[in-house]
Design a binder for this molecule. Sequence first.
Ligand code: SF4
Length: 292
Amino acid sequence: VLVSIMCGCNNFCTYCIVPYVRGRERSRLPEDILAEVKELAASGVKEITLLGQNVNSYGKDLEEPCDFPDLLEKICAVDGDFLVRFMTSHPKDASKKLIEVMARQPKIAKHFHLPLQSGSDRVLSAMNRRYTWESYYEKLAYMRELMPEITISSDIIVGFPTETEEEFEETLRAVRMAKYDQAFTFIYSPRTGTPAAVMEGQIPEKVKQDRMKRLLDTQNEIMLEKNKTLIGRTFTVLCEGVSKYNDNMYTGRTEGGKLIHFPADRDYTGEHLTLRVTDAETFSLTGEIITE
Ligand code: SF4
């Protein structure tokens, strides 16, 4: 179940239209969010996803101080058997405090979506992202140090105006180092009204397509390799329903957000199960039920 905690964005990444159409950041009051979470938990909801364009700057506009890690602690104190997820996080605002709260709280799913966008500091600056690859990577390393099981996903844009071949290769290198469990990849396309849309040095379509293919090949190889290491492991999985591709199989997600298909003799939708991984592919796992 999705719970919106704030709307708007103050960041003005040069490719993005959100701050122009949604306006500046506005946080909901913690007591209103908590009341909604309590109601959901009492009704038996198993997963709650907190939503905002940049959840890490939650609370900056509130009179009574309550930052995002504080809000997470309050939510985790609510009675009930549920997991908390959140998105999206801006890397410049993902704090050590947030990572530490995540590591400490069993109710927070051990999955972090941290959009990198580019592995080149020059391109990141042209995007107005206000972090460097090095500072970004330090945060990933700290997450993995405190939570070795954490899964990490990202968004990547290829073909941002002026991106050179060398800068694109820096992104490939970053992706190999980051070893994402999942990456949402985008070919840059201009949004009218944004600074990047009128920048000189727009990249030809063919070059963008070629970079995208190389990025996908690299990322797919990493995902398959990582998924294969999970064969034989057991996971708690929330069943999401019948598989879209096979009526005889059900689909669920691990705490880290990995998709897993498994056979079942009844409908477990909305329930937690323990599964053992029996096979792995690039985008999903196959498993069998160990306990209900
Ligand atoms: Fe804000 Fe995200 Fe858009 Fe950047 S990409 S302006 S952080 S909504």
